[in-house]
Write a protein that binds this ligand. Structure first.
Ligand SMILES: [Zn+2]
Length: 82
């Protein structure tokens, strides 16, 4: 019962294709922290494709470059609210 209700509540919102990287003709790069910061939440989590509207191709590259930037300590892994 509860499962059914949850399924009904979920709506699929179709967004028009508005990929930031396709528009700007850019490729996500781990050195460009300012652009990567747009796709990271204030807690330091990577924002999903459904929210940010990035295409699959660029989201895959973006996730890898964010993780690479984290490893090089250019981006934080987690941000704890103080
Ligand atoms: Zn794209």
């Amino acid at each position: 019962m509860a499962y059914k209700q949850r399924r009904q509540r979920r709506k699929i919102i179709r967004r028009p294709k508005d990929c930031f990287f396709c528009k700007q003709r850019l490729v996500p790069d781990y050195k460009e922290i300012d652009t990567l910061n747009h796709f990271v939440s204030d807690r330091g989590k990577i924002i999903g494709r459904m929210q940010s509207g990035i295409c699959q191709k660029h989201q895959k590259i973006l996730v890898k470059s964010i993780k690479r930037a984290r490893h090089l300590s250019l981006l934080p892994f987690i941000v704890r609210p103080s």
